[in-house]
Design a protein around this ligand. Structure first.
Ligand SMILES: [Zn+2]
Ligand SMILES: [Zn+2]
Length: 126
């Protein structure tokens, strides 16, 4: 499901002539996309290169808006959506669809067919 959602958005971006309005926006949604593209699981899906291009263009736009954001983002203190633990963002996993945050202890145990962890909303926790 994540792959279908990302692919549809990436195709829409391509179809728009790579419009900046069609890029992935927001730090956690962008991080979820990054983590998903770099997960082992994404290798099992088609047209990964198009999704990868869309990710890179989205990252470049975010960097242009806010130079150096990624390093600061990874070190930011971040609360889990499910318990009171606070971690650096780099230790936190995120759902690709609803963007809820999971500390290592609250990460779902179930998996989807591609091997990623499955969230109840149908998203993947990456
Ligand atoms: Zn937690
Ligand atoms: Zn979710």
């Amino acid at each position: 499901m994540t792959h279908a959602v990302y692919l549809q958005a990436a195709r829409a971006w391509l179809g728009s002539g790579r419009s900046s309005r069609m890029l992935k926006q927001g730090e956690w949604p962008l991080y979820a996309l990054y983590q998903w593209v770099h997960s082992e699981a994404s290798q099992h899906h088609g047209e990964r290169n198009l999704i990868y291009d869309w990710l890179n263009a989205s990252k470049a736009a975010q960097n242009a808006r806010e130079p150096g954001w990624y390093g600061r983002f990874l070190n930011r203190e971040t609360g889990c959506s499910h318990c009171s633990r606070v971690q650096q963002a780099r230790m936190v996993s995120v759902c690709t669809l609803c963007h809820q945050l999971f500390c290592p202890w609250c990460k779902p145990k179930g998996t989807v067919a591609n091997g990623n962890r499955r969230h109840d909303c149908g998203g993947e926790v990456v």
